[in-house]
Design a protein around this ligand. Structure first.
Ligand SMILES: Nc1ncnc2c1ncn2[C@@H]1O[C@H](COP(=O)(O)OP(=O)(O)OP(=O)(O)O)[C@@H](O)[C@H]1O
Ligand SMILES: [Mg+2]
Length: 473
């Protein structure tokens, strides 16, 4: 066949071939020996089929169903007369590079993903171990802060933080160091935000509230409130440390406080009754704690007023001398004196439904006035006093422990249920007739009634309650 193409180019085509056998793949530096099945068509191309007619080395492969191979030569005529069929790199090479490039791309992607994953993992580990290295157990901090030097007790520690500049809590690095020396012993409770553990720090018990990672805001807020300047008080749960420990996979959020083996007031009253004097001391200590919380102390070393917003028997702890302290400050708000507002945007309803004041339940509370929150706290205090009074043993007679409104709402009441009982029906816990016969119980029942007036402004202040109870002791 003679197909003159251009002055110097002839192209011949021929059909062929089979896939390379695996055993021959590595031969010829990437050229695969092909077994030619049939030479098929073998001809020089028409000139029109040459894609780049002016370039003697660029040829165009005809797109037919037959596998083809083409080559270029510079012989003008009979270009294909001396063709020797042998090793070829035709049809399979057409598919092979395509498959190869997909496989290579996939491999590269997998390797890149693996490398990226490994980098992230080791990066986090390194960062984490770096954080730990800030505070090797007895390093810089131990030298700078005597509290970490081995013989300090929690009591010393508390004194250090209540005197001088430490009144807003220990330096953060010291808190972290203490938290990391704690061994957790047992779970002692579970609340909305996580678990509470008994832990040991240098042979002494501490309580560790462990927040889940998604409760980081609650953890932060509670730690922040506890570290409000001048907050420390014998009737406010003693704050020791806050720590966020990143273990590489998740963040553990710890809040370390004094441990009280009697547990919460709810735990205590469920298990034990009290005599009138103990009842009074308990009531007085809670009122004192609340009065301290509510108090604005002006001056450079002053304290802002704080409203608790979740006062209830489960958030009050009973100390070993049977006086109480108020804990769980995570929902508290602080008073900004200059604007007479609260320090964080407040939502209508926070806290525990059972203890919500009528104005919280029906959302008539004035959220822009700080006093509103104090009055709602006083309402809840009235319910707590009622819980204690029921357990007051006079001449061998006392009532079984019950939560407020136990007789009119379900165990986990809805807002609507509480609103109907407290706002519409204006019900309050009942005062047993036996209380009238006991002067202490009678006096305390008057106080509680003045705490839970429907009209918030009519309620007593925490300071007034404290003084009234002081006079009864
Ligand atoms: N400092 C502490 N000392 C001893 N026991 C504690 C201490 N703090 C908490 N507890 C125990 O752990 C329990 C759980 O406390 P937590 O505040 O997490 O939940 P709660 O008060 O029961 O419910 P809520 O989530 O509504 O506040 C408490 O009821 C109490 O028994
Ligand atoms: Mg609580």
């Amino acid at each position: 066949m003679r197909v003159p193409l251009s002055s110097s180019i002839s192209i011949y085509l021929f059909g062929f071939i089979e896939s390379p056998s695996p055993s021959t793949r590595s031969l010829a530096g990437g050229l695969y020996p092909r077994q030619i099945r049939s030479p098929g068509i073998c001809s020089c191309l028409e000139q029109t089929e040459v894609s780049l007619k002016h370039d003697p080395y660029w040829c165009w492969q005809k797109n037919t169903n037959e596998p083809q191979w083409m080559d270029c030569c510079k012989e003008p005529d009979f270009c294909n007369k001396d063709i020797v069929f042998g090793y070829a790199q035709a049809q399979e090479e057409e598919k092979w590079p395509e498959q190869m490039s997909i496989i290579t791309a996939l491999c590269v992607m997998i390797v890149l993903l693996a490398v990226a994953g490994a980098l992230i993992f080791y990066g986090r580990r390194k960062r984490n171990s770096g954080a730990r290295q800030i505070l090797p157990e007895d390093s810089v901090c131990g030298a700078s802060y005597p509290i970490l030097n081995g013989h300090t007790t929690i009591q010393d520690f508390i004194e250090m933080t209540t005197s001088g500049s430490g009144s807003a809590g220990l330096p953060l690095l010291v808190q972290r160091s203490i938290a990391r020396q704690i061994q957790l012993v047992e779970v002692i409770g579970k609340g909305r935000f996580g678990e509470v553990w008994r832990g040991r720090w240098r042979g002494e018990n501490v309580a560790v509230k462990i927040f889940s990672s998604r409760e980081e805001c609650s953890w932060f807020r509670e730690a922040e409130i506890y570290q409000t300047i001048m907050l420390r008080h014998e009737n406010i749960l003693g704050f020791i440390a806050a720590d966020n420990k990143d273990n590489g996979t998740w963040t553990q959020l710890w809040l370390v406080t004094d441990y009280h083996e009697n547990g919460s007031l709810f735990d205590f009253l469920t298990a034990r009754y009290v005599d009138p004097d103990t009842m009074l001391e308990m009531a007085y200590s809670i009122a004192t704690g609340l009065a301290h919380l509510h108090m604005d102390i002006v001056g450079t070393r002053g304290k802002p007023a704080i409203a608790h917003r979740d006062l209830k028997s489960k958030n009050i702890l009973v100390k070993s001398n049977l006086t109480c302290c108020i804990g769980d400050l995570g929902l508290a708000v602080r008073h900004i004196v200059a604007t007479d507002t609260v320090d964080i945007p407040s939502t209508h309803r926070v806290g525990t439904k059972r203890y919500m004041a009528p104005e919280v339940l029906d959302e008539t509370i004035n959220l822009y006035q700080f006093d509103s929150f104090k009055r709602a706290d006083v309402y809840a205090l009235g319910l707590v006093l009622w819980e204690i009074a029921r357990r007051c043993n006079v001449d061998g007679i006392y009532d079984e422990y019950q939560l407020p409104f136990y007789d009119v709402v379900q165990p986990d009441p809805t807002i609507e249920e509480m609103r109907r009982v407290v706002c519409e029906d204006q019900q309050r816990p009942s005062i047993p007739s036996r209380w009238v016969a006991c002067s202490t119980l009678n006096a305390i029942s008057k106080v509680m009634k003045e705490c839970w007036y429907q009209h918030p402004a009519a309620r007593l202040s925490a300071l007034r309650i404290k003084k009234t109870l002081a006079n009864l002791r």
